[in-house]
Design a protein around this ligand. Structure first.
Ligand SMILES: Cc1cc2nc3c(=O)[nH]c(=O)nc-3n(C[C@H](O)[C@H](O)[C@H](O)COP(=O)(O)OP(=O)(O)OC[C@H]3O[C@@H](n4cnc5c(N)ncnc54)[C@H](O)[C@@H]3O)c2cc1C
Length: 352
């Protein structure tokens, strides 16, 4: 039995690949939902808005190959029309020209469409929710994994960000100290960001030839983009706000965001259906305090994560361990593919 810890993109995809080969597994997931850092909310009028991962590009070939394999469509981020920039808090937003860039894409129906497609391919008793793993004990050739319940297996895959398992899971015997040090100093991509999405009855910005894109030095919203759905029948704006706003109460934060949007886009920005947000630093199954300040992507893709431990029975996966585009969805797909290939080839060897 293979035990996969974490039902984010990397854990679910590894599981799907194993299932296709008839290899038994269980996923243990701490949250009461699957998807981890991918989480599309659907709100009052069913507008898909991303609280986590959203964009990818042509360079993200492993992700694109997976979407094609699963028959999931994607579409180009809408960027037509005026882009605003706010240099100072006292100044009005000015329209700017941004140099033409390669397109970025979003997944039709929301990024969780990818997660749900994978999840639906697994049996419900193969994915156990609300099982936060706290201990992994290795005896000769088997594991005892302690969560709310206790599980036994002969191989364990860590499909959670390295900083999290280094701080939250007790390993017995201990893992090598250099591995633990690197893992505890591995930045988890976007773990401290705040995402906001505002849905509207009408795309008032598009009707005024505005793209919905805004960059601001001052915040609270620092980056904002059009976030209408793939056939432009549901209307939203979505972006990031300054992480210091986590200290405000919800109502104040929301008021700050909406006031800024009214200043930049006009009164119609105040007439919204839903305001949604996710403060990722409050998500204990994503964010973990660092002992030292980490720079973005620090130690992501460190070659030590490609090694195996405990007689080759403990494997390290998750986006941050990937050798290509670590931290991104493409990294999660890359890691899952590599990890599944290792397990499948060991399984074939054992059958000889
Ligand atoms: C706000 C935000 C915006 C982002 N934007 C983009 C983007 O635009 N493009 C892009 O490519 N990427 C983006 N990313 C990154 C992308 O989301 C990740 O690279 C990808 O989803 C990681 O997948 P994963 O499976 O490796 O890890 P995760 O999604 O972190 O999954 C790990 C899973 O393990 C679970 N878990 C944690 N601890 C335990 C435990 N002790 N026991 C059991 N389960 C546990 C978690 O609940 C989670 O479900 C963004 C991330 C965030 C937070």
């Amino acid at each position: 039995m293979i035990i996969i810890i974490g039902a984010g993109l990397s854990g679910l995809l590894t599981a799907y690949r194993l299932k296709k080969e008839g290899i038994p597994f269980k996923i243990l997931e701490a949250r009461t939902r699957v998807g981890g850092r991918i989480n599309t909310n659907y709100g009052t009028n069913n507008t898909p808005v991303e609280m986590g991962a959203t964009w990818f590009g042509d360079q993200h070939t492993h992700l694109i190959a997976l979407l094609k394999e699963l028959g999931i469509n994607y579409f180009e981020q809408f960027m037509d029309g005026t882009v605003f920039f706010q240099p100072f808090s006292s100044s009005q937003a000015e329209s700017i020209q941004i140099p033409s860039q390669p397109p970025s894409y979003r997944i039709s129906g929301g990024t969780s469409n990818l997660i749900n497609t994978l999840y639906q391919k697994l049996d419900k008793d193969e994915v156990l929710l609300d099982q936060p793993v706290t201990e992994i004990k290795f005896y000769e050739n088997s594991f005892q994994v302690v969560a709310k319940d206790i599980f036994k297996g002969n191989t364990v895959i860590l499909s959670i960000p390295p900083k999290l398992w280094s701080k939250k899971i007790l390993f017995e015997p201990l893992l090598p100290s250099n591995l633990m040090k690197i893992a505890s100093q591995t930045h988890t991509w976007m773990e401290d960001s705040i995402k906001v999405a505002i849905t509207y009855e009408q795309p008032f910005w598009q009707q005024q030839n505005l793209s919905g894109t805004m960059f601001s030095n001052t915040g609270p919203v620092t980056e904002l983009y059009d976030h209408c759905d793939h056939n432009r029948s549901k209307y939203a704006l979505c972006g990031f706000i300054n992480s210091s706003l986590q200290n405000l109460v919800y109502k104040e934060r929301r008021a700050n965001v909406i006031n800024q949007l009214i200043n930049v886009f006009g009164e119609k920005a105040g007439d919204f259906i839903d305001y949604e947000e996710c403060i990722w630093s409050k998500e204990e199954n994503t964010f973990e305090e660092s002992e030292i300040a980490l720079f973005p992507h620090q130690n992501n893709g460190n070659p030590i994560f490609s090694k195996t431990f405990f007689n080759d029975k403990l494997l390290i996966s998750s986006s941050e361990s990937a050798l290509e585009f670590p931290g991104y969805m493409n990294g999660a797909v890359y890691s899952a593919n590599v990890t599944a290939r290792k397990i499948i080839s060991t399984n074939l060897e054992n059958q000889k």
